[in-house]
Design a protein around this ligand. Structure first.
Ligand SMILES: NC(=O)c1ccc[n+]([C@@H]2O[C@H](COP(=O)([O-])OP(=O)(O)OC[C@H]3O[C@@H](n4cnc5c(N)ncnc54)[C@H](O)[C@@H]3O)[C@@H](O)[C@H]2O)c1
Length: 456
């Protein structure tokens, strides 16, 4: 039997997703090999060269340089920032490559169409990273629905509850603080994709309401200085304190402590903060290194995870800004979206940003049964109840240590299968377009105060 040659992959944008998530996975996967990188940041580019063992000339500064002399490759990962997905995707398709494209695929409907049409004309896969479709919870829920166990689906309720600290990191202090890239598109295109996929039909009508951000200068606690490191009197009680968040990692560790750990670890989990701070002071360098958090969200703040380097970053960069006084953040505090699908299914979605922890909750009600599920932190479960018999089955899924409910590995599998010409099950650009259309319609509905008809 012929052994398939590893898929040769180019990483465009060697940041958190491009290098640390997909690059790292593909590099260690025998079915793939990373052959080139385009990344303007010198440190990130150098790190990628070392990490992926790239030869001379295989790392360039931008996608323009890459397409000027395209390397021999089969596929590209496009993981540049939200506003820079269209050009590299079209360039990669023109080079004859398949594309694993980070969401959102584009910021307007015309650009989504360009990607869909270019992918179909080139007969190349553009798999959009709708990573929750392949998560334990939602892939199982989809199976339950399509198996007919719930009868005819009547309604779906889904909420994305963004933890207050995640919101402050990404949508207040962070790069995505401007609603020029609406949070509903940037973050919740995943949820709108899930709704369309679970409903099994395109959307017909959309309405939406928005609540503006609370995190404004007018709402700032009295006497709060510009930075959390400037002797803020509210530091001991403010949920958005950057020192508690980035130096002591309090909210992340508390979240981990809330998981259902195996019996031996249960006692340790609530004390993770103390355990970590003891390890940070340990005489053994290997123990100190084990206490370092080289993951999101700290990777955005400082390349060096030591408390000294992080504290310095809080003193000098936007990551230490008082969350109430950032000033140019206007992502909403909450947004609701109601959707009628062409098969009659009604869906309601809530995005809110003041949750105690990041979690998605879903319920699907049909003529024969109800399914309810939750994905909170690394954990997820699904409970299905049959109306006639009353039988209730709760399934707990393995921990999703990828931070996406276990969806990343199967997403990469699906993409590699698609590149090799197998039936892939990845979310094609055409399918992903539907979630983006719903997001654009919801934004118009919210700003114009009307229902938007999506029938073409
Ligand atoms: N699927 C998911 O669940 C998920 C999760 C997080 C982020 N994302 C998306 O992934 C994308 C990347 O996010 P990230 O957190 O990795 O961002 P990042 O800022 O860490 O990485 C983006 C990289 O692109 C590089 N870049 C900029 N211009 C370039 C150019 N001309 N050529 C090549 N590279 C260039 C930047 O220097 C940066 O290193 C975003 O669109 C984000 O919304 C998706």
């Amino acid at each position: 039997m012929a052994v398939a040659r590893p898929v040769r992959v180019v990483i465009i944008g060697a940041g958190e997703r491009g290098a640390n998530v997909y690059g790292a996975r593909l590099h260690t996967d025998p079915r793939a090999t990373v052959v080139a990188v385009a990344e303007p940041d010198d440190d990130r580019r150098a790190h990628a060269v070392e990490r992926f063992g790239l030869g001379d000339g295989a790392a360039v500064r931008s996608w323009d340089d890459l397409f000027a002399a395209p390397p021999d490759a089969d596929a590209a990962v496009v993981a540049t920032g939200d506003a820079h997905h269209v050009e590299p995707t079209l360039g990669a398709l023109a080079a004859g490559w398949h594309v694993l494209l980070e969401k959102p695929m584009a910021l307007d409907d015309a650009d989504c169409r360009r990607i869909v049409e270019a992918s179909e004309a080139a007969e190349r896969t553009v798999a959009v990273c709708h990573v929750y479709r392949t998560s334990h919870l939602f892939s199982r829920l989809h199976e339950v629905i399509t198996s007919g166990q719930l009868g005819n689906v009547v309604s779906i309720q889904l909420s994305e509850n963004v933890a207050y600290w995640h919101h402050a990191h990404s949508y207040v202090r962070g790069l995505t603080r401007s609603s020029r890239v609406p949070m509903l598109l940037q973050k919740s295109c995943h949820d709108l994709d899930l709704l369309a996929w679970l409903a099994g039909a395109p959307a017909r009508r959309v309405t939406s309401l928005v609540r503006p951000t609370e995190l404004t200068e007018a709402n700032a606690p009295p006497g709060a200085p510009e930075r959390c490191t400037d002797g803020c009197p509210h530091q001991p009680t403010c949920p958005y304190d950057a020192v508690a968040m980035y130096v002591r990692l309090e909210p992340m560790l508390r979240d981990l402590g809330q998981h259902r750990w195996p019996p031996g670890l249960r006692a340790v989990a609530p004390a993770l903060g103390k355990v970590r701070s003891m390890a940070q002071d340990a005489p053994l360098a290997s123990v100190r290194r084990a206490a370092e958090w080289r993951r999101w969200p700290l990777t955005a703040v400082s390349d060096d995870p030591s408390p000294e380097a992080v504290t310095e970053a809080l003193r000098t960069t936007r990551w230490g800004r008082c969350a109430w006084r950032v000033g140019d953040n206007d992502q909403p505090s909450a947004q609701t979206v109601d959707i009628e699908f062409t098969n009659g299914v009604l869906a309601s979605f809530t995005l809110q940003t003041t949750s105690h922890r990041s979690m998605r909750q879903v319920r699907v009600d049909g003529t024969r049964g109800t399914a309810m599920g939750e994905l909170a932190g690394l954990e997820s479960w699904l409970e299905v109840t049959d109306h006639r018999s009353g039988r209730r089955r709760r399934q707990r899924f393995p921990l999703g240590t990828d931070g996406h409910g276990g969806g990343e590995a199967p997403l990469v599998d699906a993409f590699l299968a698609g590149v090799n010409g197998d039936d892939d099950g990845a979310t094609s650009a055409r399918e992903a377009w539907e979630s983006h259309r719903i997001a654009f319609a919801a934004m118009a509905a919210a700003s114009e105060g009307r229902a938007v008809d999506l029938q073409r």
